[in-house]
Structures are given as C-alpha cells and as structure tokens.
Ligand binder design. Structure first.
Ligand code: SF4
Ligand code: SF4
Length: 111
C-alpha cells in the first residue's frame, strides 16, 4: 500500500551538524532570535554547525522553558537555524545584515 503520509515538507531541511566548526571570518548575516516568538523547544540547537545557540539562563525570565539565544560573536551566518525553525517549529529567527546588527546592538563582532 502506498504511504499515505507526505514527507516532502521535510526534504529541504538541513541535516543536524555532525561536528562543531568555528568561525573563520566575519559573516555577512547574523542570526537573531525573536525571544517573544521563540518557544524554547531547542529544535534548532543541534543544527548549528558552530554550536552557538543556547537556552537563555532560567533565572533571567524565571520561566521553566526559556527562549534560546545566539552567541553572536560565534555565528557564521549560515541561516540553517532560521530554516529549521521556520520549517520544523515556528518562525523565531531573523537573519540580519552584520553591519545593521552592529549598529542596532552597538557592538563590533570579531572576524
Ligand atoms: S527552533 Fe525556533 S522556536 Fe524552537 S528554540 Fe529554536 S528559535 Fe526557538
Ligand atoms: S546562522 Fe544559526 S545555525 Fe548558522 S551559525 Fe548562526 S546561529 Fe548557528
């Protein structure tokens, strides 16, 4: 009998990262989590190739499942987390141009 489920939706989802890499140069884009939109499901975490997504410490908001945050100075701008969040869970990660990010957050990223 033919499979009655359609899994096409999952074909464009990247594989989880096999090993942790490190940033070599400053990326053009940076991932920013919209904390108000993030469910804290952590589905995006194992997909990040440089392992720079982590839950916000519980004490900051005092809620059992806090949203995640990106360690921005380690992000390589690959956009995988944004795709994974949009495809598998929610839509809580925005990719922002690095220059705009540095202006908005008043910080200079390394690289
Ligand atoms: S997959 Fe999306 S909703 Fe889930 S923790 Fe990551 S950013 Fe938040
Ligand atoms: S864009 Fe997302 S998955 Fe890629 S390095 Fe940055 S935080 Fe990690």
């Amino acid at each position: 009998m033919a499979n009655k489920f359609n899994y096409d939706h999952y074909k464009t989802i990247p594989e989880p990262a096999e090993k942790v890499n490190f940033k070599k140069k400053k990326p053009k884009l940076i991932a920013v989590v919209d904390e108000d939109n993030c469910t804290g499901c952590q589905v995006c975490v194992p997909f990040c190739p440089v392992d720079c997504i982590e839950p916000i410490p519980e004490e900051k908001y005092g809620i059992p499942i806090p949203p995640v945050q990106v360690r921005h100075d380690e992000c390589i701008g690959c956009q995988i987390c944004a795709k994974v969040c949009t495809k598998l869970t929610w839509d809580a990660i925005r990719m922002i141009k690095t220059e705009a990010f540095e202006d908005i957050y008043d910080m200079t990223l390394s690289g």
